[in-house]
Write a protein that binds this ligand. Structure first.
Ligand code: CDP
Length: 224
């Protein structure tokens, strides 16, 4: 059976998370952000001084635990019961997360968490990440691959973080996004790539409402 999953993948700063959140709210489904698990484990490992070694990281994830609490309003990333929504977006986490996400054991742990979350929600779920449509849910009902021009992604990321989008700041942010895209696209395990049956959506010149609507209307058809 085709899994009632909507997979939204794409590069850093393409707007996956905000888009997935709005799509999920309109469809009345939970939103599961896979990047939040990679980020939460990165934060936990940095705070605990744990080396970036697969087995140690997975043991840390289980013992604390590192998890996503799914609520009607969205998801809450937790480390040892504490809400880490804010610290997982910090620069020190962003700088190291792609290194951690290249580790096969870490990816297996995340994928198990994601599949368990979807099993608990038989009506379906909206998941976003890099490999949801290619690896985690290859039978997803709908796969979207979000892209946008690097300058536009940088501008949105700066505004999201409440920073000013000066030409210098945009240039710096483009370099940071491209550094992460390169790491994510060239890693050996589950690299960032568009699934053959994914719908590509370039959001550079779309309004947020239009891009959400484009996905919601396809989802309604896929689920009908
Ligand atoms: O910054 P942005 O919101 O675009 O990234 P994110 O979705 O929070 O993901 C942070 C990092 O986690 C990515 O740069 C990837 O290294 C990794 N990731 C992954 O490898 N696979 C996923 N399904 C999701 C995230």
């Amino acid at each position: 059976m085709t899994s009632r999953v909507i997979a939204i993948d794409g590069p850093a700063g393409s707007g996956k998370s905000t888009t997935a959140s709005a799509v999920a709210a309109l469809l009345g489904l939970p939103h599961v952000e896979s990047g939040a698990l990679y980020r939460a484990l990165t934060l936990a490992a940095l705070d605990a001084g744990t080396a970036f070694v697969g087995q140690r990281l997975v043991a840390l994830a289980h013992s604390l635990p590192v998890r996503l609490d799914l609520t009607d309003a969205g998801f809450r990333p937790e480390v040892a019961g504490t809400d880490v929504s804010e610290p997982i977006r910090s620069e020190r986490v962003t700088a190291r997360v792609s290194e951690l996400s290249a580790i096969a054991e870490v990816r297996e742990w995340v994928n198990e968490e994601l599949r368990a979350a979807v099993e608990r929600h038989p009506r379906g779920a909206v998941l976003d990440g890099r490999d949801i449509g290619t690896v985690v849910f290859p039978d997803a009902a709908l796969k979207i691959f979000l892209v946008a021009r690097p300058e536009e992604r940088a501008r949105r990321r700066l505004l999201q973080d409440g920073r000013e989008a000066t030409p210098e700041a945009i240039e710096h942010e483009v370099a940071e996004l491209e550094r992460r895209d390169h790491l994510d696209s060239t890693r050996a395990v589950a690299p960032l790539t568009q699934a053959a049956d994914a719908v590509p959506l370039d959001t550079s010149d779309l309004t947020f409402e239009d891009q959400v609507e484009a996905i919601v209307s396809r989802a309604r058809k896929a689920f009908s």
